[in-house]
Design a protein around this ligand. Structure first.
Ligand SMILES: [Zn+2]
Length: 364
């Protein structure tokens, strides 16, 4: 059956494909919630021990063939759901996912669970981490510059558990100790409202720059706080990037109008487009959803440059790279775009003109 699935799927209409995918995702959520309810009951009855396993984790790995990550997430969810069964309903209807339950589960109490689960509904991982930081604030971490051991040892030694997991609320989790799952590499961890731990590795040259900046700023930042210095550096960097990439300036002056047929987009047009589109992709799907992408933005010709589209504020709009390519495919034949423009789409991240403005593309 499995080998035929791809050919069956390939024959579906776009509408049917999207509907069917939604239906499958809903079914998967139902099955997951049901599986979690069963796991909770197995653990309650101790059936994994009867079957010869020292922990639910081992049972899930060996009998149910779950990955370490999947086993850990489902066991955490089962323990939380045993205390707060509403979690199962929320997993089933999609208002919570397993990642969210894993993050908030151990912070739920009889007093806060309604409020916390409602606040976590439909939130991204980052938003849920911030929610946890509010419920269970952590102290600031000390600033630290440390020479790391040779790369091979780094992976083992430099693994840092998320702040929330570092001091688990043991009273909330009565269960036997599980082997901890490998935590995802994290750069930013919310600690408390408006407090974040940021962790990364830099070269010696960067470290030297930090130390020099600490010395030069000693009169205003006496303790040399790297967080304060990084904030200053990022402020200058962002001003600089905005000016360069999007022609934003505090003292705008009108540019020369482009020569007729020119591919050049004047700075004042870029500025106006950037401000009008709010610095994010302005693609709006048929159902009305607007793309939220802020990275790899390109200036897109609504009427393509190749068919005489001008570089005016009305005809230029921001698109992420993916949607700029999509627009080009909608206008030109997809195979023309893929074959002729693929190299530009993949490599020319700094391009100020999207594929639709490249003269290589011809209308069908
Ligand atoms: Zn987009």
């Amino acid at each position: 059956m499995q080998t035929n699935v791809l050919s069956t799927v390939a024959r579906l209409s776009d509408r049917h494909l999207l509907d069917e995918t939604k239906r499958l995702a809903a079914r998967e959520r139902d099955v997951t919630a049901e599986l979690i309810a069963h796991l909770a009951e197995i653990e309650e009855r101790g059936l994994h021990r009867v079957a010869g396993f020292g922990s639910m984790f081992e049972y899930c790995r060996e009998v149910l063939r779950l990955s370490e990550h999947a086993a850990y997430g489902r066991i955490e969810a089962a323990r939380a759901a045993r205390k707060f069964p509403v979690i199962l309903e929320m997993l089933s209807d999609g208002s919570l996912n397993l990642t969210t339950v894993g993050l908030v589960g151990r912070h739920l109490t009889r007093d806060n669970y309604r409020e916390v689960l409602a606040a976590a509904k439909g939130r991204s991982r980052r938003e849920v981490e911030e929610l946890v930081a509010r419920i269970h604030p952590q102290p600031d971490v000390p600033s630290l510059i440390r020479k790391l051991p040779a790369p091979k040892a780094v992976a083992a030694q430099d693994t840092v558990l998320p702040a929330a997991a570092a001091t688990p609320d043991l009273s909330a989790v009565p269960a036997p100790v599980l082997p901890p799952p490998p935590p995802p590499p994290k750069v930013v961890t919310p600690l408390a409202p408006d407090r974040y731990k940021v962790q990364f590795t830099v070269s010696k040259a960067t470290c030297d720059k930090l130390r020099l900046a600490q010395d030069l700023l000693r009169h205003v930042i006496p303790d040399g706080d790297p967080g304060a210095i990084v904030d200053r550096a990022l402020t200058v960097l962002l001003e600089n990037l905005t000016k360069k990439k999007f022609a934003a300036t505090e003292h705008p002056h009108s540019s020369q109008p482009p020569a007729p047929g020119s591919r050049h987009i004047p700075a004042d047009v870029k500025r106006a487009v950037w401000n009008r589109d709010g610095g994010r992709c302005a693609f709006v799907a048929e159902g009305g959803r607007r793309c939220t992408e802020r990275a790899f933005l390109e200036y897109h010709h609504v009427e393509p440059y190749a068919v005489g589209g001008e570089a005016t504020v009305e005809n230029i709009s921001l698109r992420c790279r993916s949607h700029n390519g999509h627009e080009a495919e909608r206008f030109f034949a997809p195979e023309v775009v893929r074959e002729t423009l693929a190299p530009y789409l993949c490599t020319n991240s700094q391009t100020r003109f999207g594929p639709s403005s490249l003269s290589a593309a011809q209308p069908p």
